[in-house]
Design a protein around this ligand. Structure first.
Ligand SMILES: C[S@@+](CC[C@H](N)C(=O)[O-])C[C@H]1O[C@@H](n2cnc3c(N)ncnc32)[C@H](O)[C@@H]1O
Length: 190
């Protein structure tokens, strides 16, 4: 399952572009911070490993998958958690990042997670699939269902924009289409 995801990601995800955007905001908002990075729904640790190496920070990698099987760690900078509730309660983050996770989470639970995000970081970066794009979103739903057997809950960047603005964050949204997949990268910062 992991390797299929890896191959799929390389084909459909503009990850170099995403990295460049993250870099700009990380340097602007969090470069001087000593706080760890939270990678929520970190899966194979693709992003966690990048962040640990690039920013030389500790990374808290949270994924429900780790309850059954923990990935092999390539660096001591990464700490694994199988539930966001198991992280230290007082943990604060120089960045919270989540890639293609929120569309797998029911909207009411998603709200609880976002509420925790805004209380614990000044920089929150969300990469997800734009439900506003009906055809592209449907393509992703079929992909997730056929390849991973996973259900998708629609997610609209405009709703997230409103949520973060009301919480006092500035918001930038970048739309990037690749092979028909309508990716958005939302950056919320203070
Ligand atoms: C599509 S994968 C993305 C993995 C990784 N972010 C990446 O970009 O390679 C979605 C991941 O979210 C995880 N996930 C789903 N619901 C979660 C939750 N409530 N808490 C933590 N992880 C969750 C899944 O186990 C899965 O590994």
């Amino acid at each position: 399952m992991f390797s299929l995801r890896k191959i799929g990601r390389g084909l459909v995800l503009p990850h170099k572009k995403i990295e460049r955007y993250i870099d700009i905001f990380y340097k602007k908002i969090s470069a001087k911070s000593d706080e760890p990075i939270l990678d929520f729904g970190s899966g194979t640790l693709f992003w966690s490993e990048k962040f640990a190496e690039k920013y030389q920070k500790k990374v808290f990698s949270v994924d429900t998958l780790y309850e059954k099987k923990k990935p092999t760690l390539k660096t001591e900078k990464i700490s694994l958690f199988d539930n966001i509730g198991k992280m230290p309660e007082d943990a604060r983050f120089s960045m919270i990042f989540t890639c293609d996770v929120l569309h797998h989470i029911k909207p009411e639970i998603r709200k609880e997670i976002l509420d925790r995000f805004i209380q614990t970081s000044k920089l929150i970066v969300i990469k997800d699939i734009e439900a506003e794009d009906f055809c592209g979103n449907l393509q992703n739903k079929i992909h997730d269902f056929v390849i991973n057997g996973e259900k998708v809950y629609d997610i609209y960047s405009k709703d997230l924009r409103l949520y973060f603005k009301e919480a006092g964050f500035k918001v930038r949204i970048f739309q990037m289409k690749k092979l028909g997949y309508p990716h958005f990268l939302l950056v919320a910062y203070k």
